[in-house]
Design a protein around this ligand. Structure first.
Ligand SMILES: CC(C)(COP(=O)(O)OP(=O)(O)OC[C@H]1O[C@@H](n2cnc3c(N)ncnc32)[C@H](O)[C@@H]1OP(=O)(O)O)[C@@H](O)C(=O)NCCC(=O)NCCS
Length: 309
């Protein structure tokens, strides 16, 4: 993806306020992820001293050589953060971004991560945009974003010094399927997918899908092994999720969440306003998953089908 304002806006990021204007901005209070963006490609200039919060033991100042080393040429996104809603929903984006700014203004406390951004001489001009994640763990979403950034630029965003949580390091990579994955995908589906009441999968039809829409079939890949799939289908009118499956030994680690999150982002970017999935009534795994991700059943519809070949 292009890591610019229009691509991120298409993925649902909103706000785009100057970091210095955060106190006057209407930041949502729920859980979510946020990005700090430095528009344009002008080379960075660094302050000799970091104005961020310090204690007698901890000074956020870093030598300019180290900052230059961390700088990612061509990337406008310089930091990806997350805000959980916390116990009793007392945290969230507004609180977290308040902490970010207070740290930059020299108060000690709770936003040591991302400290490099304050050593940029134009730090007040940075923009902040956020994405609420009401149905998904923001830690997973931010880890997914950081992993995508790493895939695209070969390194972490400038001010993300570590991958983040241990959850992040366990996350599989999400990518579009290629022809050479087809046998692995069909093998996974025979073992892990919802297979009742439908024709058997055929490798030639999966290849046809990849040829027609190369970004539709998304894979979760762990250490080279295909451990999950979803098809994000867009026909220009309707957005559908099919063949969501995760290998049994990889379940309940957030893999389906990641896959669906990526699939939803693709479908929204294509113009979808509503996304649907079909689930057998008695599929407890599927029903539990869709419910957890904010989907609701539509009991007044019945699917009508006819074999086409
Ligand atoms: C459904 C399926 C894809 C879920 O994959 P997964 O990677 O284990 O799901 P996640 O770990 O991302 O789960 C996210 C949330 O969904 C819900 N969920 C997942 N599996 C569930 C289950 N078996 N029962 C109830 N809730 C479930 C939980 O809320 C879970 O969050 P938690 O683990 O923090 O409680 C997987 O069980 C699977 O492949 N099943 C067989 C194929 C299938 O039924 N696919 C769906 C077709 S519609």
């Amino acid at each position: 993806m292009a890591w610019d304002r229009s691509a991120l806006t298409a993925e649902g990021f909103a706000g785009w306020v100057r970091i210095a204007d955060l106190p006057r901005a209407e930041v949502p209070s729920g859980a979510g992820v946020y990005v700090v963006v430095r528009p344009g490609v002008a080379p960075p200039r660094f302050r000799p001293t970091n104005p961020g919060g310090r204690t007698s033991e901890k000074d956020p100042t870093v030598p300019a050589t180290e900052l230059r080393e961390a700088w990612v040429d061509g990337a406008e996104v310089i930091y990806i953060g997350r805000a959980t809603s916390g116990v009793g929903k007392r945290r969230g984006l507004a609180k977290r971004l308040g902490e970010l700014l207070r740290f930059g203004r020299g108060q000690t406390g709770n936003h040591w991560g991302g400290r490099y951004i304050w050593q940029l001489s134009d730090s007040d001009e940075l923009l902040v945009a956020w994405l609420e994640t009401p149905d998904t763990d923001p830690e997973v979403v931010s880890a997914q974003l950081i992993a995508r950034f790493e895939q695209d630029y070969g390194r972490l965003p400038f001010a993300n010094l570590v991958q983040g949580s241990t959850a992040a390091s366990r996350l599989p990579q999400i990518r579009a399927a290629r022809d050479e994955d087809v046998d692995d995908v069909v093998a996974l589906w025979s073992l892990a997918a919802e297979n009742r009441g439908r024709p058997a999968d055929r490798p030639d039809l999966v290849r046809l899908l990849i040829e027609r829409d190369p970004d539709a079939l998304l894979l979760a890949v762990d250490d080279g092994e295909v451990v999950g799939t979803v098809i994000a289908g867009w026909d220009g009118w309707r957005a559908s999720l099919y063949r969501l499956a995760v290998a049994p030994q990889h379940r309940r680690r957030g893999t389906a969440r990641l896959l669906v999150g990526r699939a939803e982002a693709r479908l929204k970017a294509l113009g979808a306003t509503r996304i649907h999935a079909m689930v057998l009534e008695e599929n407890n795994d599927g029903n539990g998953l869709w419910q957890a991700l904010g989907y609701t059943p539509q009991p007044d519809w019945r699917r009508w089908v006819k074999a086409a070949r």
